[in-house]
Write a protein that binds this ligand. Structure first.
Ligand SMILES: Nc1ncnc2c1ncn2[C@@H]1O[C@H](COP(=O)(O)OP(=O)(O)OP(=O)(O)O)[C@@H](O)[C@H]1O
Ligand SMILES: [Mg+2]
Length: 225
């Protein structure tokens, strides 16, 4: 089944200088358990595309589907529910809430889907354990290393068992060692659970963890693996 499908996606931004066409007819299918990397130079529109595929921002033109349903037919509430239950996000900066521990940061997305109390705590601890940061569960983000912060951000993205993980330069702020560690952990957890990944990066070594790679250039995707 296609989880997310974009057909002839366009995105433009209007400014006093005119219209900037960032995406000019992108076609993409994200199927169950796919691992897709989008590479391209800074400013080509990788983040723009990932925001659209994550239903955070609508395309200017073209069609977008979630599990076969046209996004344009879905209310803002229905889209918010899809994001909360079916899509996990990781960005270049961890965006963890600084006043909450790693574990507490994993309770918040569970609250949104109605899971609370001991059950939510147990699930959070198990996931932190499986990402190798169980002993860091009660630390605040500021007490964690950059690599650990990003693994907690990954745990938060996966805590509601999403069908798709959208990762925008998740290793952009990490050194080489931590970048590869992050990608290996992602590969390991993907082998145990079923979820698709759409990853944007400018780093080919990181993109190579994916099964399919597309270069975004001239507003379109070009397959390179
Ligand atoms: N809200 C916005 N309003 C106007 N222009 C925007 C907006 N968001 C992005 N842009 C422009 O769209 C283009 C694509 O930006 P985008 O952030 O998608 O690129 P990117 O490939 O993710 O770059 P990077 O590798 O630096 O993260 C850039 O020229 C950017 O300046
Ligand atoms: Mg970007």
């Amino acid at each position: 089944m296609n989880l997310i499908e974009g057909k002839n996606l366009w995105k433009w931004y209007l400014s006093p200088e005119g219209r900037l066409d960032v995406l000019r007819g992108v076609d993409i299918v994200v199927g169950e358990n796919d691992f897709i990397a989008i590479v391209g130079a800074s400013g080509v529109g990788k983040s723009t595309l990932l925001h659209i595929l994550g239903f955070l921002d609508p395309p200017s033109d073209g069609e977008l589907f979630f599990a076969g349903k046209p996004a344009k037919d879905l209310s803002p509430d229905a889209l918010a529910e899809i994001r909360a239950k079916n899509i996990g996000f990781v960005f270049q900066f961890h965006h963890l809430l600084p006043e909450f521990t790693a574990l507490e940061n994993l309770l918040i997305p569970q609250m949104i889907v109605g899971r609370n109390g001991a059950e939510a705590k147990k699930k959070a601890r198990q996931l932190l354990d499986s990402l190798g940061i169980g002993e860091r569960a009660d630390h605040l983000p500021a007490q964690l290393s950059g690599g650990e912060q990003q693994r907690v951000a990954l745990a938060r993205a996966l805590i509601n068992d999403p069908a798709v993980l959208i990762a925008d330069e998740p290793t952009g702020n990490l050194d080489d060692d931590n970048s590869h560690k992050f990608m290996q952990i992602l590969a390991e957890i993907r082998a145990r659970r079923n979820f698709a990944v759409v990853l944007a990066t400018h780093n080919m070594e990181i993109a190579d963890y994916a099964e399919k790679i597309f270069r975004l250039r001239g507003g379109k995707l070009h397959p390179i693996k």
